[in-house]
Design a protein around this ligand. Structure first.
Ligand SMILES: [Zn+2]
Ligand SMILES: [Zn+2]
Length: 747
């Protein structure tokens, strides 16, 4: 028999960790105890060495979804004689010497089953109370003002617990023992329904809100990390009105429905997707629309997916209960960050929302909903933030400033990277303000004083300018190298790899725009070994908003420009002929834009990547044929030439081949060209490991097909799961590149 004492560091409090430990220990017939201290969870295990070993293994491999173990420390280990079969949870212990570097902040946790039962139990004292929570669920990150996590250091400090709540809070055997946001209808936060001028609507706020939504009204609803704009998802008029007021003609709206049954009426859900969407993280899952779905097409026009989430607060349960589904889109003005304060909401959303369902529990740190697609996180925010990404090696203290669109930043601490939530496009002044506010807040909350800064190579990104003003040793990292490194680190790769990096825009080392790249390298260096043949973008940024211009540019290159019949064709051709305001781009996204525009799907876009998303949406996935591949060698680099592809595509269109077929043949062409290019580069370098990164890999056909063809050809293929493949993930790559240069003494 052994008696082993361990300390577990990381996000292990407020995420259901102790009950998990209790269950695990009992299942292994181990005796001992578990308790929270101010900086970790301490566990004592009594039992055979074998069982203790198996406990430690399971602790690492099957912990609760929101826990992140940063370090397990074995404090003592000794022989013991007495048999001990009882395992219990001990009273928490305050350690005065808690070091900030050991303190972590849990993310917000979706309503647990126990709280849900109470919510709908007429005999419970919290029956239909919109702010039910317990130690296993409720607000965390968004209400924490400082650490250690204690009620007095959250926005719940303005609510004094009633006697009943207090006794739960102080009873170690109660589910609400030390549940910091604990509340009830007597002592806790309350809802208020307001009209556009801030006037209070009398009556039950929740009942009235439901009634108004039923009438087709648009409501601003304050949730966990900010406001949503809500509308009845079956009411096309309300949706049209919301689109008009929000000035958002096509971009898909996210949906929320009461349970999986209701969601299943509208989308196809695999078992894994069911599990993901119901987890305490409660992300928006991008799911395939069902053909017989009754939801109006206007929710996500020309899109084969719908973004659905389950309720994650009691308030959301009470609201969605009465509807098949609700539109729940971020409460903001077009590109601005999510709104989270009552007064700001009333001011900014007064021309969008008819009414405001607000409450008096302040949100301290705003956080949008997260988005996952096929198990990969593409927008990391509520439910994930600020969970650390845990690596093997310790990192110096670095601030990574990220990119610009889909911006976020990251800080390193010990062997972890803390990636901020998705913030938005920094070109928007409010988003930039939010970005700066959050950097200061993260530094303060986690007690991190960065000693180095790292940013993108792009000279005019606001994140670059911000980094330059920091007065820290600064490293500038090429955009696609950062993408590659982020994927390598996430997958624990240390050796040289081939990186297929596909996105829209990134600043290249030669001053042109890159985005269809095959790189070879590791954390400290890279070489561009292949790329998609660049094309001029007539009008620069304007071409990105008007993909027909890019189609014209491609066709001009092959002498078929007369096939584009646009009012402004002549003008744009002039730009191309004279090479005025037509920067060169190898961006893979641009090739998608051009094909989508040429096929008549989308000549102008109203949201980022719309043309490409619609091209993916329409592709007939069973089509096997491809357009001709054409790889050229230029100074030892593989160039993917698209000329023969365009000629065949033009023929297809002349023959009236269905667009669905053309779209899929293009996808096949792209993935096969890339995989042929990888083979050539691998033959030259001997590298067999390939990482896939960049925003284009949100396209599930490209991701799946390229993984399939490369795996079949004998490559080990790695892609993103936890770190977004798009520009939100850039900051992670920046940190690991910077750390590697510091280690080599290059900074
Ligand atoms: Zn709960
Ligand atoms: Zn109470």
């Amino acid at each position: 028999m052994k008696r082993t004492r361990i300390k577990v560091y990381g996000v292990v409090q407020g995420v259901g960790f102790r009950p998990f430990v209790l269950k695990l220990a009992r299942s292994l017939c181990l005796g001992g105890w578990v308790k929270n201290t101010s900086e970790c969870v301490e566990i004592e295990l009594i039992g055979s060495e074998e069982r203790i070993k198996s406990f430690l293994q399971k602790l690492r491999s099957s912990h609760p979804p929101l826990a992140r173990i940063v370090k397990i420390e074995i404090v003592s280990k000794r022989d013991c004689d007495e048999q001990e079969n009882d395992f219990k949870i001990l009273k928490s212990e305050k350690v005065e010497t808690a070091r900030k570097e050991n303190l972590w902040i849990p993310p917000d946790v979706g309503t647990c089953d126990d709280c849900l039962r109470e919510l709908f139990d007429p005999k419970d004292r919290r029956y239909r109370y919109p702010f039910i929570n317990c130690t296993n669920c409720g607000p965390r990150f968004t209400i924490i003002i400082s650490l250690p996590y204690d009620r007095e250091k959250t926005t719940m400090r303005s609510f004094k617990m009633c006697e009943k709540c207090r006794s739960e809070y102080e009873n170690p055997s109660d589910r609400r023992f030390h549940a910091q946001p604990n509340a009830c209808p007597v002592c806790g936060p309350k809802l208020t329904l307001l009209d556009r001028r801030g006037g209070i609507i009398s009556g039950d706020p929740l009942e009235n809100a439901v009634k108004l939504l039923k009438e087709g009204k648009i409501l601003a609803v304050k949730g966990l990390g900010g406001f949503h704009l809500a509308a009845d998802a079956l009411n096309s008029k309300a949706i049209e009105e919301l689109r008009r007021r929000k000035n958002r003609p096509h971009k898909p709206f996210a949906l929320m429905a009461f349970d999986l049954n209701r969601i299943s009426k509208f989308v196809v859900l695999s078992e894994e997707e069911k599990e993901k969407i119901s987890s305490p993280i409660r992300p928006i899952a991008i799911l395939k629309k069902r053909k017989d779905s009754l939801l109006p097409e206007s929710i996500a026009p020309n899109n084969k997916y719908l973004g659905f989430m389950l309720p994650y607060t009691p308030l959301h349960y009470l609201l969605t209960e009465s509807f098949e589904a609700l539109i729940m889109t971020s409460g903001n003005l077009s590109d601005e960050p999510i709104i989270y304060e009552n007064e700001v909401a009333l001011e900014k959303l007064k021309n969008i929302a008819d009414f405001f369902l607000v409450h008096d529990r302040d949100i301290y740190t705003p956080c949008d909903d997260s988005i996952v697609i096929n198990g990969s996180v593409v927008r990391r925010a509520r439910g994930y933030t600020p969970l650390p990404l845990v690596g093997k090696e310790n990192l110096p203290s670095i601030l990574a400033c990220g990119a610009e669109e889909k911006s976020s930043f990251a800080l390193s601490r010990k062997n972890t990277i803390i990636l901020s939530q998705y913030i938005g496009d920094l070109k928007d002044i409010e988003a930039f303000d939010r970005y700066r506010l959050l950097i200061e807040r993260f530094k303060d909350l986690f007690g991190i004083e960065p000693r180095y800064a790292v940013c993108d190579l792009h000279p005019t990104y606001l994140s670059t300018r911000y980094a330059e003003g920091l007065n820290l040793p600064l490293l500038k990292v090429q955009h696609h190298h950062a993408h590659m490194a982020s994927c390598m680190w996430e997958n624990n790769l240390n050796e040289k790899v081939i990186g297929v990096i596909l996105d829209g825009t990134g600043y290249g080392t030669d001053g042109t725009i890159w985005g269809g790249e095959i790189l070879v390298g590791d954390y400290s260096e890279f070489e561009r070994k292949g790329y998609i043949k660049p094309i001029p973008l007539p009008g620069g940024d304007k071409a990105i908003r008007e993909p027909w211009r890019i189609a014209l540019s491609y066709l001009y290159e092959i002498g078929k420009e007369d096939l584009i019949k646009e009012e402004k064709s002549k003008e744009v051709l002039k730009l191309l002929k004279l090479r005025i305001n037509s920067p060169l781009s190898s961006g893979c996204g641009r090739l998608f834009d051009a094909v989508s525009a040429f096929l008549g799907l989308r000549r102008e876009i109203s949201y980022e990547a719309q043309a490409a998303i619609e091209l993916e949406g329409i592709a007939y996935e069973d089509e096997k044929e491809t357009y001709p591949l054409d790889l050229k060698d230029r100074n030892g680099k593989v160039v993917i030439d698209w000329k023969s592809m365009w000629i065949k595509l033009i023929e297809d269109v002349k023959k009236k081949t269905p667009v669905e077929i053309c779209a899929m043949r293009f996808h096949n062409y792209l993935t096969e060209s890339l995989s042929e290019a990888v083979k050539i580069i691998s033959a030259r370098t001997g590298i067999k490991k390939v990482v896939l990164s960049g925003g284009v890999f949100q396209n599930q056909i490209v991701l799946r097909r390229l993984r399939e063809t490369l795996t079949k050809a004998g490559f080990k293929v790695y892609y993103h799961k936890e770190v977004p493949t798009n520009d939100q993930g850039i900051a992670v790559g920046q940190i690991v590149i910077c750390a590697s240069k510091i280690k080599k003494g290059e900074i």
